[in-house]
Design a protein around this ligand. Sequence first.
Ligand code: MFK
Length: 161
Amino acid sequence: MHYIECFGCGDVDGGLHMTSTVGEEHLVRSRFEVTRAHQGAPGLAHGGLLACAFDEALGSAAGNLLRRPAVTGKLETDFLRPVPVGSTLYIVTKLDGVAGRKIYVSANGRLDAEDGPLAVRARALFVEVTFEHFTSHGSADALEKFSQTAGRSREDWDINP
Ligand SMILES: CCCCCCCCCC(=O)SCCNC(=O)CCNC(=O)[C@H](O)C(C)(C)COP(=O)(O)OP(=O)(O)OC[C@H]1O[C@@H](n2cnc3c(N)ncnc32)[C@H](O)[C@@H]1OP(=O)(O)O
């Protein structure tokens, strides 16, 4: 589900501006263009932001493939190569399994091409929640903005927005 103020997929200054699409074999493909706003060491992506990009990609896969609201319970990343500013991470996510409310997903991120060098690997556990999770813990203002901009149209649940 898309929310314009989401740091991962929304229209936020300095955000990740990521898009995800479901492709063949139920794989979800996401792209993250690394800019100067995402630096840690000079000229290199910050590891925490890379983890954020994978949270977005993995969460988008869980949401788009299962169409159930879910939040990250656990996220694990392996940083295998430095990711330079100016590069694009091609992230492919797959659904590994579902057990009750638990959704297991994993992803590989490759540098500058779908078959580029493997730079980051990640796995996550998402936990399915009801919408009450957001109404109880989120702010009324943000939920109102969400419902105005994303929550009402059928397209919000379309697989490839
Ligand atoms: C409408 C728009 C939606 C858009 C969503 C986009 C989200 C983007 C991704 C995110 O950034 S989400 C933000 C970061 N994550 C959070 O803020 C989650 C905070 N944690 C919680 O709210 C709760 O801990 C959580 C909902 C994850 C679980 O609490 P519950 O009380 O609902 O469930 P419970 O603790 O009973 O756990 C359910 C199952 O998951 C398992 N589990 C939960 N957290 C776990 C964990 N960290 N590690 C391992 N297992 C875990 C737990 O053991 C259990 O397994 P069993 O069913 O086998 O008993």
